[in-house]
Design a protein around this ligand. Structure first.
Ligand code: 5AD
Ligand code: SF4
Length: 481
């Protein structure tokens, strides 16, 4: 399951290089996970070839595209509100404006979107972006257009995304699409389709290209990266039918990590998201072997109760998960581990919830993302289980674990006090223009006085203080690596 991107990046508008001669203006904004933000770059690339340059002003847009998320009801409501805003802008300032919906909500709601939201002219699912030029031609002729077909093959491996409003230092590289793990709460298998992997050659080419353009830190992206498997194309579930040669030359995630780490030994390599039942020790050992693979694993657990894990169709137990954590810490003692947890899944009792609390106490995650269960139409839980945990109880449980996580994060950041960490400078600190902000290999944010350093420098920083989420320090010099 893909990590939801930072709260303050939600709704960010993408700006890309202006292509000379392009006359029309595209306003494109993204919600949800990193995969959506990465897909919007692919869409901007496609649209640049259709005569569109990006704009950040809704009032002047010929076309507005919103890349949407369906993961929780709240995410969908946010998009509905944005549609109202576009409606008002179209009515008051920009009658020529056309509006398209991309991503998971497009896939989930399909033609319902055109019926329910009069403002929408175009509905395009996550595998249909290459069809945008045709769909756009329909819209230009005054017809609504829709393509929500999920593909067995589409990975967009042949489209090089444009990245301009990034910090020029960190980038996402998508490696798999779709998900075959049918967690009962999750809408993703319905909106993103079956799992398929991208050709390693095109991944390495993108990594090399990013390095040549100055990027220093990439995150390999997928709903379930550990399940990456390239055997010449095709769905993961059809691997059994592959020929002996295809099987013998197949590339799994651990091999892909090695290929990336070796192709650019100075590039920091990260990945997200891992699934406990698919993360093999092979991957952890590869992480330990290559210095440039960052020591951080985002390992959602969702619940600490075996009964709830079973109801969620998570294919591991609490004990297996704890065993995996022990193994990770044995192989990489300073590996950061982060979580996603859901509280208030149907039938969750106080005892089940306490199992989640005790699991957190066992692991002591560095950080995490916690949510109240939100029933999603069409999912197994949505169809078969009553959303029976009262809202008040969900709220209280969520607050309890958010507070507990803060305590654990603080314990974890304090472990770095007095140590020297390598920080890649990403941007100016939000709190002070005299400070840089970057991350350690463990994905912990670190701020320190700017001194002589620049964005994109690897700097050794001595940690002198910390908050629960941030290390505070002094630069001691450029890192030799
Ligand atoms: N309700 C609440 N949270 C959900 N997530 C996924 N589906 C739901 C849902 N129906 C959470 C999971 C996942 C993260 C990206 O979003 O914790 O790992
Ligand atoms: Fe990403 Fe879709 Fe999941 Fe939202 S529902 S987090 S957009 S994959």
């Amino acid at each position: 399951m893909e990590k939801i991107i930072d709260e303050n990046k939600q709704g960010e508008t993408l700006v890309v290089e202006q292509k000379e001669g392009n006359k029309r203006k595209l306003f494109i904004e993204s919600y949800g996970c990193a995969m959506n933000f990465s897909d919007s770059e692919i869409v901007a690339s496609i649209m640049a070839n259709q005569g569109f340059n990006t704009t950040q002003k809704l009032e002047e847009a010929d076309l507005v595209l919103v890349n949407t998320c369906s993961i929780r009801d709240k995410a969908e409501q946010t998009v509905r509100k944005r549609l109202q805003k576009y409606n008002a802008v179209k009515r008051d300032h920009n009658p020529k404006m056309k509006v398209g919906v991309l991503g998971c909500m497009a896939e989930r709601l399909k033609t319902k979107f055109l019926e329910e939201e009069k403002i929408v002219d175009l509905v395009v699912g996550p595998d249909a972006y290459k069809d945008l030029p045709n769909l756009l031609a329909e819209v230009d002729e005054g017809r609504d257009a829709i393509n929500v077909i999920l593909s067995k093959e589409e990975t967009y491996g042949d489209i090089s995304p444009v990245r301009l409003n990034s910090n020029g230092v960190t980038a996402f590289v998508s490696i798999t699409r779709g998900c075959d793990n049918m967690c009962t709460f999750c809408v993703v298998p319905f909106t993103r389709g079956r799992e398929r992997s991208r050709d390693p050659q095109s991944i390495i080419e993108e990594v090399n290209d990013l390095w040549n353009r100055g990027y220093k830190d990439i995150t390999l992206l997928g709903q379930n990266v550990d399940s990456y498997l390239w055997y010449g194309g095709g769905l993961k579930k059809d691997f059994e039918k592959a020929s002996p040669i295809q099987k013998a030359t197949s590339v799994n995630f651990s091999k892909l990590l090695q290929l990336c780490a070796k192709a650019q030994p100075k590039m920091r390599i990260r990945f997200s998201t891992s699934n406990p039942q698919d993360l093999t020790l092979d991957v952890v050992e590869t992480m330990a072997k290559y210095n440039n693979i960052c020591n951080h694993i985002h390992l959602p657990v969702q619940s600490g109760s075996n009964r709830i894990l079973k109801e969620m169709n998570r294919l591991h137990t609490r004990e297996e998960y704890m065993g995996l954590i022990d193994n990770i810490r044995r192989i990489i003692p300073n590996c950061a581990i982060s979580q996603d947890i859901i509280v208030g899944f149907p039938t969750e009792t106080e005892a089940d919830f306490q199992d989640t609390v005790s699991l957190m106490a066992y692991v002591k995650y560095n950080f995490g993302y916690m949510y109240k269960y939100s029933e999603r139409p069409g999912t197994m839980a949505g169809r078969n289980m009553k959303d029976d945990v009262p809202e008040e109880t969900k709220k209280r449980r969520l607050q309890d674990i958010v507070d507990l996580q803060r305590i654990h994060s603080e314990i974890k950041t304090k472990e770095w006090l007095g140590k020297t960490v390598e920080v890649l400078i990403e941007k100016q600190s939000k709190k002070s223009d005299a400070q840089w902000s970057g991350r350690t290999p463990q994905s912990i944010v670190c701020v320190f006085p700017k001194g002589i350093y620049e964005v994109g420098d690897f700097v050794n920083v001595k940690v002198t203080d910390c908050t629960s989420a941030t290390l505070i320090g002094e630069a001691v010099g450029l890192s030799p690596s």
